[in-house]
Ligand binder design. Structure first.
Ligand code: NCD
Length: 307
């Protein structure tokens, strides 16, 4: 399977076979990393980081992944530090930065931004979040987390809870899961229901059920994926005020869950999972961060032709 030179813009650009191949490559990368094997596969290569929106995990994990593989990074974590501040367009910024690097990671508030960047760049472009649209590398690390923690993806009942309207991670994850034999429970207050285009796309492929309260479905779930309400994407602050605090995962709720339920979260969390949950066997969201590092190492190795 050929990944060298490929863009990662939408998870929909990948077949199940390709996704499974990426997950297997992540598995091998994890073993290499654990056995301290020679990981200098990307020596002499550079990754460009162009982030026009805040980030902790995504940016740091791409940087750590690149350095662990022996490569270098350049770029900016906020547009204030670049010529964007002087009025340079995204297309120009991309056409400049690509001269210094072997691949580019872009995070941008506009939908369609990553696709636009890929149209202008010769080097592979990796979408690290395009507005409320997609976040494909997060979906891949989410799948890897499920695979590692549950041993398989097929056959699971998976709940996705929270801001299904503005959350890009849940859009990419839903598209990705539509390749597997899963039952998907979309759980949200009515105001935050799944984006229509995503809903109709996945509905024809897998069993999809909608619920307003997590209490109603918690006992059936093998995986519960919790998300933050994307306050910054609400066009109207009053709308946010109406839905904030609409759901909470705590010990009382989890008492009704299967003992082997795993609770995931792309992070950052605000108040949707209480800290008491961190100590329970259900909580995998901090391990998920580590799986993210591994998955991004694998992805960089693949698109740069080293794995
Ligand atoms: C997410 C994002 O940026 O979309 N964070 C991440 O990459 N792990 C989720 C969020 O901001 O809520």
């Amino acid at each position: 399977m050929e990944f060298k030179g490929r863009d990662i813009i939408s998870i929909r650009d990948f077949t199940r076979e390709e996704i499974d191949y990426i997950l297997r490559t992540a598995g091998k990368t994890e073993q290499m990393e654990a056995s301290q094997e020679q990981l200098n596969l990307l020596q002499g290569k550079f990754l460009g980081i162009t982030f026009f929106e805040p980030s902790t995990r995504t940016r740091l994990s791409f940087e750590a992944a690149m350095k662990k593989m022996g490569g270098g990074i350049i770029g900016f974590g906020e547009p204030e530090m670049s010529s964007v501040k002087k009025g340079e367009t995204l297309a120009d910024t991309i056409r400049v930065v690509e001269n210094y690097v072997d691949a580019l990671v872009l995070r941008h508030p506009m939908e369609g931004s990553a696709r636009l960047a890929a149209d202008f760049a010769e080097v592979p472009v990796i979408n690290a979040g395009s507005g409320a649209e997609e976040h494909p590398t997060q979906a891949l690390l989410d799948l890897y987390t499920i695979y590692k923690e549950k041993g398989q993806i097929d056959g699971l009942e998976i709940g996705i809870l929270g801001d299904l309207r503005y959350g890009r991670t849940v859009h990419s994850l839903s598209y990705a899961l539509a390749n597997y034999k899963v039952t998907l429970h979309l759980i949200s207050p009515p105001e935050l229901r799944m984006r229509r285009e995503v809903f109709w796309d996945i509905k024809g492929k897998i069993q999809v059920e909608q619920a307003e309260n997590v209490e109603d479905v918690i006992s059936r779930l093998d995986v519960l994926y919790v998300t933050r309400i994307q306050k910054e994407r609400f066009p109207d602050p009053a709308e946010y005020e109406r839905v904030k605090g609409a759901y909470k995962i705590d010990g009382e709720l989890l008492a009704k869950a299967k003992p082997e339920l795993i609770v995931m979260h792309p992070l950052p969390r605000v108040d949707e999972i209480t800290p008491e949950v961190d100590q329970t066997r259900h909580a995998v969201y901090f391990r998920q961060v580590r799986y993210g590092l591994i998955t991004r190492m694998a992805l960089l190795g693949l698109v740069m032709g080293a794995l």
